[in-house]
Design a protein around this ligand. Structure first.
Ligand code: ADP
Ligand code: MG
Length: 727
């Protein structure tokens, strides 16, 4: 079937969809009963483990203490008994290599014994350590391929779980992935190290404010996931979606994203059925998802889980992406996680909601009820302002991917300029403090508390929201909105915790120098500190419209960096300040951060190279043929008219001819660029950014113009209109 016929058949197929059948395996159980049924949770551990071993494991999980190697075998046995009781036959170590994807290595519980029979074999060492032959995973020069054996080790703080497949079940063990020299080859290890760094530094502030509990401070994260759904019948006819996750061609639809109404058509039932099942699967894995529609773009949705501790949220976020993809397939759709699948239509992000807490005080970024809580809160807040200001470039660098570049700086996503939104209320408080305006009176009793008299009352909830800010205070947490929808949250969590730890380190040192004296002394020290930090770093505070042109020039005046592309942003990873920062807090060694820079840059280059080659191929083999067919139809018609003695109107033919020629010429230029070789990685990235991408854009421009004039029945590629609106 020729392309255009396939396209029309796809539309017909979709139009003929019947009502959604209830999934045969869909057990209607209240979510409460389903929640966590496939998780080896502390409750399950308690049932399956000897008392002493359970206590020891619990301590490790709660305090981050080392796992007692002597209990490994009993934990392994308990885990295996639990998993087998649930019908699992295999186990897998799951880890996150630096590509940001998920890698798994599966083993059977059974191994053949010498007499040719199978025995159960799952020892403590198999549980705790695995050796995947991961030689083809990128490591940015950390491992030579000939000695490619890194090992995976169980991350005890993240519970094991069971993944169901129609033909069997697998016990999945979340692990970290290290080289034999102890270097992190994954994205998870640095999250754990950065949390520890934050814990170390923030404890110092808590002590100053009288909390000597030493309860571990843990980072909390709730990551909102945006995604698109496209019908498989269209998806399969778009090589660009299949190969790159985004459309490399496509004229804007006559009706844009203002049409939320289309979105509540027949799709509603299918998408809802999909969402129900996604939610049910996630619940079984102990992921507290709450799904809902997103009204911004047609065919775009969002899923937000309830926040969890950072390392678990990191694992769960990966499972959310896997589950969305898997389940979409079952419902005849493709889930697109690319940051910008459709040019001109809102892209997708992952909003990382971030806070930290300890057992006795709860959320430490909650302003709290007493002025004392407020003083401590303001100190943390000041640290975050300082952190974002000093490390704006780094925050940009860790969200630098080929896909996210299409989003950052677009008119719906946060701009590439990193600023912080505090809201009116909190800004006013900082302004008052820095202007030395006397604080609003507090009662004498409260006045005795540390830090009290410098703190004006805080607004309970800033209430105002700013969707244009990349780093926004939202009442009791910060929301980092620049992360791409396709990215793991790990790098963001690692960087945020590290830069905050660094600022707290600085601030704690300044305050500790004055604590020897009386409370009044501490009070004025806090006051002075807030004042000076705010004055020094207030340039990064911006409550206005982050999408406006004005902000671009205003930000420049304020000296805020504006790294528009990944090619500019990625090298920040290997600047001296970055290397020192990560090393100072024992989060990444210089070679670990360098390897990350190399891998991310390589991925950027590779991704654009694939896109460019595909543009060439699609232009030559799909778009030009449609155009040429139409061109000959028009030419034939002109000849016929001339023969009949009529003067043919050649305008349409000329237009198509000109556009087709333009397509050819620009495509030839792109081919020539692709053939050019660059020396080092940095110049490759720059070449991709400044030469290849604009050349791809030039080809696209001709193609999209052709789409607007070529007879619809000759056009092969499903259009934006169809992919977004025909459901
Ligand atoms: P909004 O639309 O206002 O951004 P959502 O409900 O979409 O709110 O998402 C808020 C996200 O923030 C949820 O994932 C929520 O669990 C998370 N969140 C709430 N409190 C915290 C916290 N203390 N730490 C981290 N994340 C949090
Ligand atoms: Mg949000």
């Amino acid at each position: 079937m020729s392309g255009n016929k396939s396209r029309l058949a796809a539309i017909a197929t979709i139009n003929n969809y019947g009502p959604i059948e209830k999934s045969s395996k869909f057990v209607e159980k209240p979510s409460g009963e389903l929640f966590g049924v496939n998780v080896f949770s502390p409750q399950e551990m308690k049932k399956f483990l000897p008392g002493k071993a359970f206590e020891s494991l619990k301590k490790t999980i709660e305090t981050g203490a080392h796992l007692d190697i002597n209990i490994a075998d009993s934990v392994a046995e308990a885990m295996q008994n639990w998993a087998q009781a649930k019908g699992a036959s295999h186990f897998a170590h799951v880890f996150y290599p630096l590509t940001g994807l998920t890698a798994e290595r599966h083993d059977s519980f059974l191994s053949p014994d010498k007499k040719g029979k199978a025995i159960l074999d799952f020892s403590g060492s198999a549980l705790i350590k695995g050796e995947p032959d991961a030689s083809s995973l990128p490591n940015g020069g950390l491992r030579q391929t000939f000695e490619a054996r890194g090992y995976t080790a169980w991350d005890v703080t993240s519970p094991a779980y069971i993944m169901e497949n129609p033909n069997g079940k697998t016990l999945c063990i979340p692990t970290v992935f290290m080289s034999y020299t102890g270097e992190a080859l994954d994205k998870k290890t640095p999250v754990l190290r950065a949390t520890q760094a934050l814990n170390r530094q923030a404890q110092r502030i808590l002590k100053l404010f009288g909390d000597h509990s030493e309860n571990m401070i843990s980072v909390t994260c709730g990551a909102e996931q945006e995604y698109f759904l496209v019908d498989n019948n269209f998806y399969n006819l778009r090589p660009d979606l299949v190969m790159t996750g985004r459309t490399l061609f496509g004229a804007p639809p006559p009706k844009g994203q203002e049409f939320g109404d289309h979105y509540f058509g027949a799709i509603k039932e299918r998408v809802l059925a999909f969402m129900f099942e996604v939610e049910r699967e996630l619940f079984k894995l102990g992921i507290p998802a709450k799904t809902r529609h997103n009204e911004v773009a047609p065919g775009q949705f969002e899923l937000a889980p309830v926040f969890e501790s950072a390392n678990i949220a990191t694992d769960h976020q990966q499972l959310v992406m896997v589950t969305l993809k898997k389940m979409a397939k079952k419902y005849g759709m493709k889930c697109l996680l690319h940051e910008k699948p459709f040019a001109g239509i809102n892209g997708s992000g992952k909003h990382v909601n971030y806070s930290f807490s300890n057992a006795n005080q709860g959320n430490l970024l909650d302003p709290g009820d007493t002025p004392q809580d407020n003083a401590q809160f303001l100190v943390f807040c000041a640290a975050i302002i300082q952190a974002v200001h000093k490390n704006a470039k780094l925050l940009r660098a860790i969200v630098a991917t080929a896909g996210n570049d299409h989003r950052l700086g677009g008119n719906e996503a946060p701009p590439a300029i990193m600023s912080i939104f505090l809201g009116e209320g909190l800004t006013r408080v900082f302004e008052q403090i820095s202007n030395g305006t006397p604080a609003t009176a507090v009662s004498p009793k409260e006045k005795l508390n540390i830090g009290v008299d410098v703190i004006p009352p805080l607004p309970k909830d800033s209430g105002d929201r700013n969707r244009t800010s990349p780093f926004a205070f939202t009442g009791n947490r910060f929301e980092f909105r620049a992360v791409g929808s396709d990215q793991a949250v790990a790098s963001a969590l690692t960087a945020i915790s590290t830069i905050i730890a660094d600022a707290i380190d600085d601030i704690a040192t300044r305050l500790e120098n004055v604590t020897s004296g009386a409370p009044e002394q501490f009070n004025s020290a806090v006051h002075e500190l807030l004042k000076s930090v705010y004055k020094k770093h207030k340039a990064v505070v911006f409550n206005g419209d982050g999408y406006s042109e004005q902000w671009q020039s205003e930000a420049e005046k304020r000296g805020l960096p504006n790294l528009r592309t990944s090619a500019e942003a990625l090298p920040v990873l290997i600047e001296k300040e970055t290397i020192d920062l990560y090393e100072r807090h024992k989060v990444l060694t210089p070679s670990e951060i360098r390897s990350r820079y190399e891998i991310h840059t390589e991925q950027y280059v590779k991704k654009i190279a694939v896109e460019a080659r595909l543009v060439v191929k699609m232009a030559d083999t799909i778009i030009a043929p449609s155009a040429v067919r139409y061109q000959s139809e028009l030419a034939d018609n002109c000849v016929k008219l001339a023969k009949a003695g009529m003067k043919p109107d050649t305008a349409a033919l000329e237009e198509v001819t000109e556009l087709t020629r333009g397509l050819k010429v620009s495509n030839t230029a792109l081919k020539a660029l692709i053939a050019r070789k660059q020396e080092d990685l940095k110049s490759q990235a720059e070449f991709c950014c400044h030469k290849i991408l604009p050349a791809m854009e030039a080809v696209r421009e001709y193609a999209d113009k052709l789409e607007a004039v070529v007879a619809d029945d000759l056009w092969a590629l499903p259009t934006y209109q169809e992919m977004l609106f025909v459901k």
